[in-house]
Design a protein around this ligand. Sequence first.
Ligand SMILES: [Zn+2]
Length: 280
Amino acid sequence: MTPAGSVQDLPAPDSDELSALLRRNDLRVVYRVLYESRGEPLTMNQIRQRVIALTGTNNSQTDRRVRDLRDVFDIRTDQRGRDHFYLLKGRRAEPRDRRGGLSAAGRARVFQDYGGRCAWCGRTPKEDGVKIVVDHIVPLDLGGPDREENCQLLCEEDNHAKQARFAEHKDRAEAISKAINHEDVHLRIGELLKALKGTEVPIDLINLVAREENRGDPTRRLRELRILGWTVKVRKEREGKRTLSYYTLEHAEPWPDEGPGPVIRRAENERRRSRKRRAG
Ligand SMILES: [Zn+2]
């Protein structure tokens, strides 16, 4: 952990890291000017001239851009005589974010966690020329939180494919957002199935509320619901290269008072013991 307020490395102006940090090109241009003039800081007027030289347009918003950059970067002002010089010192350890939600540093951490690769196809801007976006695993309009834990990197192509796939669930948004707010993964999946009882729920939607992408196993969670006495019917269908599974809830049991976790663990231990007994 870097202590709050301390200086972190500055990303290069052309880096993917900077693109993830600053989505707007006008901010990246001003950043470039500040980055390149660290040895000899410039006045606001000089910064403006450099921006005009780089973009070919007269942008009167340069001082505002510098102010915006200060949410993410530590920019010192040095007064000499009547002039103020702007020096880019480093990155803020805990960036300010006036809009709330995912901060620029949060976006940068997501970028680092995923190594700049699309979580679905593994492609990168450098190797494959794709554009990478920060994607909310549970979409915001389905009640997903605007936080790092709910974010991944996707290439633009996969991001569009994902959006298309979830557009059909928009009318179920209320049931879905209620379900995904439970602490326990079995409750999230189970409550979703209950809310949509009698309809076929695609595995994609179950993955979505499970919120365990890349680390969990939602189909195992469904088996565990069966341990609790639930009946869930499965239908498999080929769709292009993938086989998609659809789940229909036929019977649900009330949740155990102690929560589903301990009951499932006891049942699994018991099964393991009896398997050993048989083997021995
Ligand atoms: Zn991709």
